[in-house]
Ligand binder design. Structure first.
Ligand code: FES
Ligand code: FE
Length: 445
């Protein structure tokens, strides 16, 4: 597969090979070279405020326990016993004094050290050196504005550097909404799809007008004014489908940074000018807008931290968790401002639940498409048909500003295509230096 990487993603043609969505060998490579190296989001600090609080988070195909320490620090280690490998914790989150394995009773402290071995003198004749068998720790753990990340790669650059201008802005957009905390209860559910479909869809502003037609019809998404419709979808016979989403000439700002992070969405200013409505997106006060800068306050869309962390304009964060080539778990963290009123928070939570997650109309609509698209990558003949990401190819320009590569163009598929380019470069297993260089778009649009 490594020899074929060039043919799997073609930036020139805007084509990708369907095999990347179902091959086990490619999935294994992804786990090793992407999830085994990247900084991955684990949880928000507000989820584990007190000593002994823990949260179980996925890192590729591994599960780690993120634990608040006695000294207030945070550590993360694999949830697998150093004796025979049983999970040392069966709960998804909670508070503990220590972790006792249910198989033979080995017990580990909050720092992962082995503190208790039943029958240590009787069965082991006191010959077992407990200091040698702690729970295996992640290589690095860091927090950026309360968002906790970890990596298995001790040579990975520091987190703020990994995030770069794009990734930091993505998290700033959420952090700047107020004194943010996670609303207790993480929504988790499974979709029969490859994880990459759930990721590239973050940038797909072409699908809502069709996929989410019912959300418009139900008024889940506020009804747009009349002139919002002008550039909308037309059927073959020319009849307006009556639920178009975005005018075709609306500018879609794409910001791409090193390592594959990207932010994509309609330009807030253009949206307001063209429609007269305040977009259903980031709206910060003057002070926070100033802190976010010109670019940060401009985009009304979705930031994505490579490989699988999506921050939504509504104030949620989603993890797309690959379990198998065709099975992905989706996790939703909902955030609220600690200073908001109970009524405001209730309304916010209700909107979160109705948009995304197992009860979210938008994600159920998306999920069916992703599952069908994944299924069709398995057919012997179907898999030979390339997938297309050509929209905007060759007609857009890249501007470099504030460490961001910015593409200001009508609705396009640049962010998806570039994400696949970054994905391919990660699979080559380059040095961090090479990776940073190769994943930034220069003049390739
Ligand atoms: Fe954990 Fe034996 S497997 S104590
Ligand atoms: Fe969608």
């Amino acid at each position: 597969v490594v020899d074929q990487l060039d043919s799997l993603v073609s930036l020139e043609r805007g084509e990708i090979d369907r095999r990347i969505f179902s091959d086990q060998e490619i999935f294994n490579l992804e786990m090793k070279h992407i999830f085994g190296r990247a900084w991955l989001f684990l949880c928000h600090e507000s989820q584990i405020p007190k000593r002994g609080d823990f949260f179980e988070a996925p890192m590729g195909t591994d599960n780690v326990l993120v634990v608040r320490q006695k000294d207030g620090g945070i550590k993360a280690f694999l949830n697998t016993c150093s004796h025979r490998g049983n999970a040392v914790c069966r709960a998804e989150e909670g508070n503990v004094r220590n972790f006792m394995c249910t198989y033979h009773g080995w017990t580990f402290g909050l720092d992962g050290e082995l503190v208790g071995v039943p029958g240590s003198s009787l069965f082991y004749k006191d010959k077992l050196d407990r200091s040698k068998y702690p729970l295996r720790k992640v290589a690095q753990l860091e927090s950026y504005r309360g968002f906790v990340f970890a990596t298995f790669d001790e040579t990975a650059p520091p987190l703020p550097e990994y995030l770069g201008a794009t990734g930091r802005l993505g998290l700033d957009l959420l952090a700047e909404r107020g004194d943010m905390e996670v609303i207790p209860g993480i929504q988790k559910f499974t979709v029969k799809t490859n994880w990459k479909f759930t990721v590239d869809n973050v940038f797909d502003y072409y699908h809502p007008q069709i996929t989410h037609m019912s959300a418009f019809a139900l008024g889940l998404i506020p009804a747009p004014p009349d002139n919002y419709m002008e550039g909308g979808a037309k059927s073959e016979t020319g009849a307006n489908l009556e639920v178009p989403f975005l005018p075709t000439d609306l500018h879609n700002v794409v910001m791409v940074g090193e390592y594959g992070h990207a932010i994509s969405g309609p330009d807030q200013d253009a949206l307001e000018v063209s429609t007269g409505v305040e977009p259903f997106a980031w709206r910060h006060n003057d002070e926070t807008q100033a802190r976010l800068g010109r670019h940060g306050s401009r985009v009304a869309g979705h930031p994505h931290i490579f490989p699988t962390t999506w921050v939504t304009a509504g104030g949620q964060l989603s993890l797309r968790v690959p379990r198998e080539p065709g099975v992905t778990e989706i996790w939703w963290f909902s955030f609220r401002d600690k200073n908001a009123s109970p009524e405001e928070n209730a309304a916010l939570l209700s909107s979160h639940i109705h948009f995304f997650g197992p009860a979210g109309l938008l994600e159920q609509e998306d999920g069916e498409n992703w599952a069908q698209s994944t299924l069709q990558t398995k057919g012997l003949r179907s898999r030979e048909v390339p997938q297309l990401l050509k929209m905007g190819l060759g007609t857009s320009e890249v501007v470099k500003d504030d460490g961001l590569a910015i593409i200001d163009a009508p609705i396009n598929e640049h962010a998806q295509l570039w994400t696949y380019h970054s994905w391919r470069e990660w699979l080559r297993n380059p040095t961090w230096e090479e990776l940073r260089e190769r994943t930034v778009p220069h003049d390739r649009f």
